[in-house]
Structures are given as C-alpha cells and as structure tokens.
Design a protein around this ligand. Structure first.
Ligand code: OOG
Ligand code: NI
Length: 275
C-alpha cells in the first residue's frame, strides 16, 4: 500500500486529531515546553476490532509503507486483546503499539453490535493512511449498545464511539532534562490539576523489566448517542515512558504486557472499577 505521506506529515496530522480529542495533552505538552523541555514521542497507540476491513492485518500495511518493522506480538487474555509492537525507521520517530479486540471471544449480542458497526465501513477509506485518524467509520451506536459492549469489554465500548485514531501519544522521559524521572513528571502533570491512572500503581514496570510507564486518566467529553442521549465519555490519554538499557547496553525497545494491561484502563468509563 505505497503512499507519499512522510513520517512527519503522518504524525503531525495524527497529533492534530489527538489533541482535538485530548486537550489535556496540549496542556501537558505546552507546560513542559515552557519549562524548557524538548518533547520526543516514545510511541503512539491505536485500537481496532479484529474484523475486516479494519483488523490489525488490514491496517498494518500503512505502518509498513511508512518504514515500520514489526517487533513482537503481545497477548492480553483477560481483556480479549492481541497486539503488535513496531519499530520506526528512524530513532527520532515514535514506536507504534497496535492492538485489536478478539471479537469471537465476546457474547453473541456484543458480537452482533460490532458486526453492525463494521458492516457500515466503506472499504475505500482503508486505502489511505488517513484512516489511522478517521475516527468512527460508522454511525454512533445507541447508549444501550454502548453499555452492552462495556459490560464485556471497556475497549470495545470505547472503540465503538471513538473509532480509529491515536488513543495516546507517549512522552519519552529519557529525553526530558528537568523532569527526568516518572515521579517528577507525574508531580508536574498533577500540578496542572490532571489525574493519573492508578490501576496497578501509578508507575507500572521497573528498571528490572527495562521500562517504566505511567499515564493520565483519559479526557472526557459529551457524546451524543444514536437516539439523542448525551453522556460524558472518556476520550484519549497521555502516557509517559522511561526506557533502560539491557545487558548489552542497548535501550530496551519493546513493550511490557503486564504494564500495558493496566495502561489500557486509562480509558475506562469508571476508572478503578475494572476487573
Ligand atoms: C494501549 C495500552 C498499552 C503500552 O504502552 O503498553 C500501552 C491502549 O490503551 O490502547 O499503551
Ligand atoms: Ni502506550
């Protein structure tokens, strides 16, 4: 799927869409820049359903066309998710984490709701890399359908209303000068009045697993469901990551499944109430 979008154009468009959904990200970004920091992205993440034409294998060609290399797969049994990590063609560009929901593991009613959403997708939309920030490719679901999905999968419910876009960008703590530990950075984020995802602890991972991560709780905005009901829903969040060198002195490049499992919960409708 060759296309002529440069990496810079891709991430600039992705960032614009993301910050429109996630005003807290601009606030954090700008506050750090005001402190003299240079922001480098560690990674960005996308979510999708494992259903054509938007399953992981259908979206991956856009990453490959940008020069990305698949690194390794991850599995999240309890959350019914699988994912791949990708390495960028240049070190100054973000890694990518792309996950998909294993729809066949949901109940028949939940599967039917997802099938109805996915059936509305115009397959022509998938041909352009812009699909990666296309948002919903289907009509808004009803509140009842959203709740049915949420009972089985917060991820499914979130995806049904937010659609395809970066669900977070991640600041590389390694590249910060003043806020050079997760705790210092989290204190700064909290000083802006923003909340941290505490599921599994504020800081997930450790130097021993070569990766420490933390994230905000997703921003919230009113959403009009099909039928007219308006409810406040979680949108997207910001993540912070600090990588450590391995035994060969090479900075760890992968993700850590046990930590990722908790970071997913940054978009839970009722944070802290997850399984
Ligand atoms: C992805 C959660 C996992 C990480 O860095 O491990 C993750 C998501 O919320 O879709 O971002
Ligand atoms: Ni992440």
């Amino acid at each position: 799927m060759p296309h002529d979008m440069t990496l810079e154009q891709f991430f600039s468009r992705l960032w614009d869409d993301y910050t429109a959904m996630t005003p807290q990200a601009s606030r954090i970004h700008d506050a750090l820049v005001a402190d003299g920091e240079t922001i480098v992205n560690d990674h960005v993440a996308f979510r999708t359903f494992d259903r054509g034409p938007i399953c992981l294998a259908d979206l991956e060609p856009h990453l490959l066309a940008l020069g990305y290399t698949p690194l390794e797969p991850y599995d999240f049994d309890a959350k019914k998710l699988r994912a791949w990590g990708y390495l960028p063609p240049r070190e100054d560009q973000p890694r990518v984490f792309l996950s998909e929901l294993k729809c066949s593991e949901l109940s028949a009613p939940a599967r039917e709701i997802i099938d109805e959403l996915v059936a509305q997708i115009d397959p022509a939309r998938i041909a352009s890399p812009e699909v990666m920030w296309a948002g919903r490719l289907w009509e808004a679901p009803t509140w009842e359908a959203y709740r049915t999905l949420a009972e089985e999968s917060e991820y499914a419910a979130w995806l049904s209303i937010i659609g395809l876009r970066a669900n977070h960008f991640t600041i590389s703590v390694n590249h910060l000068r003043r806020h050079d530990t997760l705790e210092k950075l989290l204190a700064k984020v909290e000083s802006l009045g923003l909340s941290i995802n505490a599921s599994g602890g504020r800081i997930k991972g450790s130097p021993e697993v070569l990766l420490e991560q933390a994230s905000t709780l997703a921003d919230r905005m009113p959403f009009t469901f099909s039928g007219g009901r308006v409810e406040e829903i979680p949108t997207c969040y910001y993540e912070f990551a600090r990588r450590y060198p391995d035994a060969d002195g090479r900075l760890y490049q992968g993700f850590v499944a046990a930590s990722a499992d908790r970071i997913f919960e940054s978009t839970d409708a009722r944070p802290g109430h997850a399984d």
